[in-house]
Design a protein. Structure first.
Length: 204
């Protein structure tokens, strides 16, 4: 029986086999990734970005806007790295898809993300995505364990704002850390969510 195609035309499954892919991101034991029908992405506009933070709610010091490192629209800096966004680029680039850069930013594990930091960064996503519309798909590299001082589900809130821009028919796919605090809202707003299954993260 064939695996169901994911939102971007991939068929992904997890089992005891290892795929024949030459990608380092796909060589982790226990992971089998089938990629087919990706030619249907030729000429499609896929927005790619990331917003990652692992929040320790016991840490008193807040995580501010200044704590987040930004990569801007330089997606090429991720090529060849063992990161989820590099894995996405590795899969998407050969398809002929047009990659539309969204913000990418992360901070080291620390306390609550301040309302100012989250809102400023989320506004960057909204502004850049609105300027890039229309797009045919969105890929977001997320951690899944972020908590903001004004919002317990920042990833869900970001996804809601993005979904509000692209509409219900555009696929949104997100990668997550293996211990993300995944919410029903996140599930409802995405077409696919894929979490790492190894630590160290060799299956990005």
């Amino acid at each position: 029986m064939q695996d169901p195609l994911c939102a971007f035309g991939c068929a992904c499954s997890i089992n005891s086999a290892v795929s024949g892919s030459t990608s380092k991101a796909h060589e982790a034991p226990g992971i089998k990734l089938h990629v087919r029908n990706l030619m249907n992405l030729n000429g499609k506009r896929i927005a790619v970005g990331g917003f990652l933070h692992e929040t320790n709610t016991f840490q008193e010091q807040k995580t501010t806007y200044a704590d987040f490192a930004e990569a801007g629209d330089r997606l090429e800096r991720f090529s060849g790295l063992n990161t989820s966004i590099a894995g996405a680029l590795e899969v998407l680039k050969p398809t002929g898809a047009t990659l539309v850069p969204l913000p990418w930013t992360s901070a080291t594990p620390s306390g609550y993300v301040t309302e100012d930091a989250f809102e400023r960064i989320a506004a960057m996503f909204v502004e850049d995505l609105r300027a890039a519309l229309p797009v045919d798909g969105v890929f977001l590299s997320l951690h899944g364990a972020m908590v903001a001082e004004h919002c317990e589900d920042p990833e869900g809130e970001l996804l809601a704002r993005i979904r509000g821009l692209v509409g219900p028919a555009v696929p949104i796919v997100a990668s997550l850390d293996l211990h993300s605090n995944t919410t029903r809202r996140m599930f409802d707003l995405t077409d696919a969510m894929v979490a790492y299954t190894t630590y160290p993260h060799v299956d990005m």
